[in-house]
Design a protein around this ligand. Structure first.
Ligand code: SF4
Ligand code: SF4
Length: 210
């Protein structure tokens, strides 16, 4: 359990990291077509969250109207059996009618959806939505999983796409250096939520089988 001051320190860090991520989006704006109502990035992920990220998103949850809280809880109950059955790609339980119900409180990974990521050894991760005709799709080859420099020129883009180191480690410790809080352990979002809501996963598995 994190105390109020720790969460304030985390909020300060979030302001700094979010500003850095916004600069990345600004630099890539030619390739980005995110808009309200587009939510593919929240529909098929694993969503790792550290303890402090989860404590923070819980603040967003408790501020929701009761009927929305019930929807989130019911989403979690349905998801518990999916994950219990080994399916770790799922729609985020906070996604309601195509929008994040806790947007201000979303996790680190959520803030990077849509950018190209590169890990320390240079391996690229192209956003899922490039396959769906969205970000970077005009310069991305689905078959070879590569960015096509020829298409950049052909499409008239002024710069080549850039990849950023958006690994969790870099987001947590690399981009913003001085932190006044501990991240705590990391788990998948649904694992935190199952514990928080005290969901009986064995009952959920039975209900699927029936
Ligand atoms: S917390 Fe919000 S932004 Fe993050 S995956 Fe869930 S719905 Fe999407
Ligand atoms: S990252 Fe992709 S799926 Fe998500 S809002 Fe942007 S365009 Fe849509």
């Amino acid at each position: 359990m994190q105390n109020e001051q720790t969460l304030k320190n985390y909020e300060h860090y979030l302001n700094l990291i979010t500003a850095e991520i916004e600069k990345m989006f600004e630099a890539q704006k030619e390739y980005i077509c995110c808009k309200n109502g587009c939510s593919l990035c929240c529909e098929q992920g694993m969503y790792p969250f550290s303890e402090i990220e989860f404590e923070y998103i819980k603040q967003g949850f408790v501020d929701l109207p009761e009927n929305i809280q019930q929807i989130v809880k019911s989403n979690c109950q349905k998801l518990a059996n999916k994950v219990g059955n080994g399916d770790f790609l799922y729609e985020c339980p906070f996604l309601i009618d195509g929008s994040c119900s806790v947007y201000k409180y979303r996790g680190l990974i959520c803030r990077t959806f849509g950018l190209i990521s590169e890990n320390a050894s240079g391996k690229l991760t192209i956003p899922y939505c490039a396959e769906e005709g969205l970000n970077y799709s005009k310069v991305y080859d689905k078959n070879t999983h590569r960015i096509l420099e020829g298409s950049v020129k052909y499409e008239g883009y002024s710069t080549l796409p850039k990849a950023y180191n958006l690994s969790r480690y870099n987001l947590m410790f690399g981009i913003v250096k001085s932190l006044n809080f501990d991240w705590g352990e990391s788990r998948l979002l649904i694992e935190w939520l199952v514990e928080y809501f005290d969901i009986d996963t064995s009952c959920e598995v039975n209900s699927v089988q029936n």
